[in-house]
Design a protein. Structure first.
Length: 138
């Protein structure tokens, strides 16, 4: 793991949460993006090199909608920047972590992503992120 890439926060209303974080951080979001495969709209803030990703569901079947129903708004995941995401996934599986995804998939902010199951990470949903420009073709 190279560094903490971002902190994901599940929200019910993206506009209200963007306004709240804009007031809190004193900055506006730098990007909004829909990730169809995950059923979310994301909004990114960056403050002194730390990124915050607000996640709002696009449908009731979205993983974020299910998370909000079960746990409410708040911390959803920690994302870590990695190089060689496939190798990192393999290594983590070999040392006992459970993967939610068997292959990386396209995520927001020009990343390829994969999640580790929170049951194997002390209750914290953990995302691996690799810049698409750094991804290795296989």
């Amino acid at each position: 793991m190279k560094k903490l890439e971002h902190i994901g926060i599940a929200v019910r209303n993206l506009e209200e949460s963007e306004a709240l974080f804009t007031r809190l951080l004193g900055i506006a979001p730098y990007k909004r993006e829909t990730v169809e495969s995950e059923g979310v709209i994301t909004s990114f803030f960056e403050l002194n090199g730390v990124k915050f990703e607000l996640l709002a569901a696009t449908s009731e079947e979205s993983p974020i909608a299910k998370f909000l129903e079960k746990k409410g708004e708040g911390l959803h995941h920690l994302a870590f920047d990695v190089d060689g995401i496939e190798q990192r996934m393999s290594t983590l599986k070999e040392v006992g972590f459970d993967l939610i995804h068997t292959q990386p998939k396209d995520g927001a902010d020009n990343k390829r992503i994969a999640f580790l199951h929170p049951k194997s990470t002390g209750g914290v949903l953990t995302e691996l992120c690799e810049d698409k420009g750094l991804a290795h073709e296989e």
